[in-house]
Design a protein around this ligand. Sequence first.
Ligand SMILES: *Cc1c(COP(=O)(O)O)cnc(C)c1O
Length: 435
Amino acid sequence: MKYYSLTNAANTANFSEAVIRGLAPDRGLYFPEKTSRLSKDFLSDLANKTTIEVGMEVMHPFVGGTIPDDRLEQIVSDTLCFDFPLVPLNEKSASLELFHGPTMAFKDVGARFMARCIGYFNEETPKKVTVLVATSGDTGGAVASGFLGIEGTEVIILYPKGKVSHIQELQLTTNGNNIRAIEVDGVFDDCQEMVKSAFIDEDLKEKLNLTSANSINVARWLPQSLYFFFAYQHLLRQDFNGKLVFSVPSGNFGNICAGIVANRLGLPVHHFIASTNTNDTVPRYLKTKNYQPNPSKQTISNAMDVGNPSNFIRIQSLFKNDFDALKTHFSSFSFDDTQTRLALKSLYNNSGYIADPHGAVGYLGLEKYMKAHPDTYGILLETAHPIKFRDTVEETLGITLEIPKQIQHILDKTPIKTSLKNYDDFKAYLLSQDI
Ligand SMILES: *Cc1c(COP(=O)(O)O)cnc(C)c1O
């Protein structure tokens, strides 16, 4: 399997090159040249497959021979070492819980898969890979945990001082080993700028083998298509044969884009709903046919505070840039914080279900679509455990959440971090460290 750049299709790479580079040299996103249907036998026997078997079948073509089968199997089984339960909300909808991994965010799967692929690709090279990642909260924790202890890698996480939750900060700063955390005196955009500047800095390029671990990387993006297969397996085991729709809480639109890939691989999905908070660039585009990104706005579902979703161009490619085809299979709706809090309450009161604010946005999208299409069955992707957004959830529902074991064990650890002010500090830090 080859990947080509969405900026210039003449720029191609195999899987290992695409993973190590992150972005193509022309700054375009890599896109797989084929998303072909999986075999009939596999699809018709899906209900009887294990998660590892599904993981191997789906990821094998994408890896395209750059990792030997036995190693890939090890990577897939290390990645999928937790459950993906489907919890019914009522007769016509259910929540696919993606938060049972080590950092309780759905990004665990992509981060673990990517880390292990890089670990493998780097086995033969003496030079370490330095992974830079800017985070507004969830990504950094998942990347830190995914790369922890992976030979040949050093991870440097930049986060805005005082702007991530207490639990998120502990997840970033208590790992030790090959993970370093830097708090930046600024906002998320400042952290992102520092990472971008480092990538084009000749002095750093000479000394370090830099890569990035955000969702544009194909090794983080593509494994997310597995969730949609897992959801369908649950339904098949209950003799489901209805019209399936998915609602995905969306920020950079990587997760929902992976769902559309699953559909291209043969998974029968009737419709996709991208649910957003007030960062509504895509819902506005579907209404007006005019793509006008706005600066990001702060909301209570802050992992989706994205003004210009980087993966939307991949979704357009999957629909061959045909606006009408896109609109037939894909809807996107935006909801504000007041609606999100009401949805948290109604899920709790009507279904006894405690969602997090991102899941609540997903629920609103499902509800809106299904009102107009009552003959469908809806699955919402619950992307984070409510404890990650503890204050909002406890205050909205008037309850006290139990603290899960994944979180409990970091609460009494001491944060270790470096504080930096600007790019010059950051560069000096990178050059002075023994990385
Ligand atoms: C990252 C994230 C999202 C958004 O996912 P995208 O793939 O960027 O659309 C949604 N919910 C949570 C909790 C997240 O951490």
